[in-house]
Design a protein around this ligand. Structure first.
Ligand code: ASP
Ligand code: MG
Length: 470
């Protein structure tokens, strides 16, 4: 049995048209003789709206919560009407109404008490995936696919850390064997919601935002799938942002570590930490585009494939601020760095990049909210300056490991750009530096031209570039 987990994100199930497209993608896989297991997110934006409704109810805003819920109810009814064959619409609509009655009951309770716990929040947001997965299963069935809905909460067993529950791998494997494997043996098509799970006692939990990828990896790992496909709305990972560089190329294959370095720059594609269960079992993960299913996307594998070009991708993060801390009094005495980081910790502010000299420390942060407070606290131990509108450029590639002269090539390519901070070494596969936000376009284009002039066709989709230039 060749098993494939196919995970579809919110935009791939956002309405009847998208679900129909998804059904065709799954049907095509089945026609290739593989057995798919489908994992879906909530319809696009539904999780955000459920959270907004839960927060409103928790503040005592009963009417606000119920209004959001009414809109969501309408959207699900509307999708069902367009997706299903006439005969199936009334029973499914009745089922949708039942779900929303239960949800509204929770909202009324929350508003009466005026308090929202993490446990209840998980209960509320779970409706997004519960609704979408049943909807998708019914839509698939209406299109002749032998789909069976599986309640993910019966398979994905977790602890009770609501909002970011930790899965219990051994129990999940057992449940998948009991509940999903028999369906596959009968050639059925299991469809389940991502993101949601439950404790051993049966209390609903969630795996954290974006958690459907995590579910896909858990299911793929638990059932030893041959590949996990993450279907989204982009053609996989690119050599850089195509809005900056129109000749950016699709990266055909990238290692887990490389993808992890890039993920920090906006988890546009996926957060690799969530696919760790698959990588540990050596199951490749493919990122694919449901609006362009012919495209091969990007394959994320445990080990990198070697490539002529030292870098696989250039990522950029804007809107950063550099904070320079100059140790006029204490110099680099013992415990000094700790005292600096304690300030950031106190204000719950994440530091992106650090570079130190004998007398100063430079750090970068991506939010300006707490800057005045942080600066005030730091001033007690050192002189502080901060400078906004900076951008971090991060160049990632396993093949820079142990190669001489790479840094020289990088800085030669951007010799006209003022570099404020440099960091290399932490991971050995990334070289990062800070520049002015206004210099980003020029820097990225120069770097891209220097390092992707002669791309290795084994790793980059050079055909697309050739086709575009004709
Ligand atoms: N629906 C959830 C979210 O928006 C999980 C996911 O889509 O991965 O975070
Ligand atoms: Mg996602």
């Amino acid at each position: 049995m060749k098993l494939v987990v196919m995970k579809f994100g919110g935009t791939s199930v956002e309405d009847a048209v998208a679900i129909d497209r998804t059904a065709r993608i799954v049907a095509a896989r089945r026609a290739q003789g593989v057995l798919p297991i489908v994992v879906v997110s909530a319809m696009a934006k539904v999780t955000d709206q459920l959270i907004a409704a839960a927060n409103a109810a928790g503040r005592g805003d009963r009417a606000g919560a119920l209004a959001i819920s009414a809109r969501l109810r309408h959207r699900h009814h509307d999708t069902a009407r367009k997706l299903l064959v006439d005969r199936d619409v009334p029973p499914f609509s009745e089922w949708i109404d039942k779900q929303f009655e239960a949800l509204d009951e929770i909202f009324r309770g929350l508003a009466a008490v005026g308090e929202l716990t993490a446990r209840t929040s998980d209960m509320v947001v779970s409706y997004g995936e519960r609704l979408s997965s049943s909807m998708v299963a019914s839509g698939f069935a209406a299109r002749g696919l032998d789909a069976v809905h599986v309640d993910a909460r019966q398979c994905i067993v977790t602890d009770a850390q609501y909002g970011k529950a930790i899965p219990n791998d051994a129990l999940i494997e057992k449940r998948l064997e009991e509940l999903v494997l028999p369906l596959l043996k009968e050639q059925k098509l299991p469809v389940m919601g991502g993101f949601i799970g439950s404790t051993e006692e049966g209390v609903t939990t969630t795996l954290g935002r974006g958690g459907s990828d995590f579910t896909a990896a858990l299911v793929g790992g638990g059932l030893n799938a041959s590949v996990i496909e993450i279907w989204t709305d982009v053609n996989g990972i690119m050599t850089t942002d195509p809005r900056i560089c129109p000749d950016a190329l699709r990266v055909k294959t990238i290692s887990f570590e490389e993808a992890a370095e890039l993920a920090y720059f906006g988890a546009k594609v996926l957060h690799p930490a969530t696919i760790l269960p698959a990588v540990q079992k050596n199951i490749p993960v493919a990122v694919l585009n449901s609006r362009n299913p012919e495209n091969e996307g990007t394959r994320i594998t445990a080990l990198a494939s070697h490539c002529r070009s030292p870098f696989k991708s250039i990522a950029v993060k804007k809107k950063l601020t550099i904070i320079d801390v100059v140790a006029s009094r204490m110099l680099m005495s013992h415990g000094y760095l700790k005292s600096i980081f304690d300030v950031f910790d106190k204000h719950k502010c994440a530091v992106d990049m650090v570079s130190t000299s004998e007398v100063s420390v430079s750090l970068t942060v991506d939010s300006n909210e707490k800057l005045p407070e942080i600066s005030a606290d730091l001033s007690k131990i050192a002189d502080v300056k901060y400078d906004g509108r900076k951008a971090l450029v991060c160049m990632v590639g396993e093949d820079i490991r142990g190669q001489n002269g790479i840094a020289a090539q990088v800085f030669q390519a951007i010799r006209h750009v003022n570099v404020r901070m440099i960091s290399q070494g932490a991971s050995e596969i990334n070289m990062s530096f800070m520049i002015e936000e206004d210099d980003v376009e020029e820097a990225v284009r120069s770097l891209h031209a220097a390092f992707f002039r002669d791309p290795d066709p084994a790793v980059f989709d050079v055909e697309a570039r050739a086709a575009a230039s004709q």
